[in-house]
Ligand binder design. Structure first.
Ligand SMILES: *Cc1c(COP(=O)(O)O)cnc(C)c1O
Length: 228
């Protein structure tokens, strides 16, 4: 079930602040997605490749699908034809595979690099050194079918606001550090960091205060998820 009044209020706030809402619909039925679609929403986020493919086939073609989960290289080919933005790119190997599939589909696939900002070991992502190495890689300019649009991160699952805020601030500082790359030289034609994807149901306020311009919100809109 979609909470329409929560959605309407949230959209008013986010639009005023220039923040894009990715409605995270993982585990939720296509009817819920269609209900938000009917209210005019187009950006939806999914975590699992098979679930995304199934839903994409049943829903309107102008939905902008965001892949926000952990993506395995061997599965990129299934989502490459239609995906709008891949948020969880956490290795050069994955970036190369996305580029290969972009080439096969004659399109440029837009990506965010996922940074590891939380204390929890279980979360995925690059560290600052790996991010720097990626931007300095001589192979990066050769990837003509990807575009790096920005960074994504997940803060610790914690009610310690200071901790969560400091993690968001760290991600924001990395974003600031690299956001002028494209103007630096021709070798960064496939990079322009404009999107900072951080903030979920429990911490989106803090994320926006800290400079996020894309939030990924699921349970607040669709209700708590029940895993079978
Ligand atoms: C599930 C998920 C979300 C949404 O989480 P909620 O707390 O339900 O808003 C956001 N981002 C990622 C990467 C997720 O996996």
């Amino acid at each position: 079930m979609v909470n329409q009044s929560v959605y309407t209020l949230l959209m008013l706030e986010l639009q005023a602040k220039g923040v894009t809402l990715v409605a995270v619909s993982k585990t939720k039925p296509v009817e819920d997605i269609q209900a938000l679609y009917n209210l005019g929403h187009r950006d939806f986020g999914e975590n699992y490749v098979q679930e995304l493919i199934d839903k994409q086939a049943q829903l309107p073609p102008d939905i902008r699908w965001h892949f926000i989960g952990h993506l395995q290289s061997n599965k990129v080919k299934y989502i490459a034809p239609f995906v709008h933005l891949i948020h969880g790119v956490d290795s050069f190997k994955l970036l190369k595979e996305i580029n290969k599939q972009g080439e096969k589909n004659s399109k440029i696939i837009h990506c965010l690099l996922q940074m590891h900002i939380a204390k929890e070991e279980t979360k995925f992502g690059l560290d600052a050194q790996e991010l720097n190495d990626l931007f300095l890689s001589p192979e990066l300019p050769l990837l003509t079918h990807i575009h790096i649009d920005g960074l994504m991160g997940m803060a610790s699952f914690s009610d310690d606001n200071m901790l969560v805020q400091s993690e968001f601030q760290y991600l924001k500082s990395l974003f600031e550090k690299y956001r002028y790359l494209q103007t630096a030289s021709d070798s960064y034609r496939n990079c322009k960091l404009q999107t900072l994807s951080m903030g979920m149901s429990g911490d989106y306020d803090l994320a926006i205060e800290t400079g996020s311009n894309m939030v990924r919100i699921g349970s607040l809109l669709f209700g708590a998820r029940v895993y079978p």
